[in-house]
Write a protein that binds this ligand. Structure first.
Ligand code: 2AM
Length: 183
């Protein structure tokens, strides 16, 4: 069994930017389990436990989903918390029709192929930390802090594994967005 999800990987610039933000947020957070910098990503669709034999099907799905899209930009925006205890700290993504359509297409194709997919509406976010406790409201973050725009040219099927008990995301394959933006 493999634990899988479709994701967008972030370029170094964006990750460096998020690392700086995390370092600043550490000052307002009493405790938390921070995402390792190399694990920072944007989930498109979580698939969960899956037989390795189904990876070729996922390759076909990724290809069909990515084909109509051109590379696009991601704009970070805002932050928030999820969870019963509001203890998952994340950074959000500006309204992005391409992203929403891409996720809708992936979900549709996955369901058609018999995969179980979350019915809840998609809330794009990059998890920065879990199990946090905020020492004070994080009000010091300004819109400028989210100015980074990352160019996304492919989607990735990621495997979530524990390597020596460290949570690690390992790319299974990458599928480029194939449509020519000038056409
Ligand atoms: P999260 O960061 O909000 O936890 C790998 O676990 C990725 O898939 C994470 O980005 C995680 O989002 C996302 N994901 C979505 N639904 C999930 C679920 N039911 N269980 C675990 N991870 C999930």
């Amino acid at each position: 069994m493999m634990r899988l999800f479709f994701a967008l990987e972030l370029d170094k610039n964006t990750r460096d930017h998020l690392i700086k933000l995390m370092n600043r947020l550490r000052l307002s957070i009493q405790r938390g389990k921070w995402t390792r910098p190399e694990n920072l990503h944007l989930t498109l669709v979580f698939i969960g436990d899956c037989d390795a034999q189904r990876v070729p099907d996922l390759r076909e799905i990724a290809k069909a989903a990515a084909e109509p899209f051109s590379p696009f930009c991601l704009q970070l925006e805002n932050w928030g918390t999820f969870g019963k205890n509001s203890d998952i700290l994340w950074v959000g993504i500006s309204e992005n029709v391409t992203l929403i359509n891409l996720v809708a297409d992936l979900r549709y194709l996955l369901r058609q192929a018999g995969f179980f997919v979350d019915e809840r509406s998609y809330r794009p976010h990059i998890t920065l930390a879990r199990m946090t406790r905020l020492a004070e409201p994080i009000t010091k973050i300004k819109p400028d802090d989210f100015a980074t725009c990352s160019m996304i040219s492919e989607l990735t099927l990621m495997e979530s594994v524990r390597e020596k008990s460290i949570l690690t995301y390992r790319p299974c394959f990458r599928q480029p967005f194939l449509s020519d933006p000038d056409q």
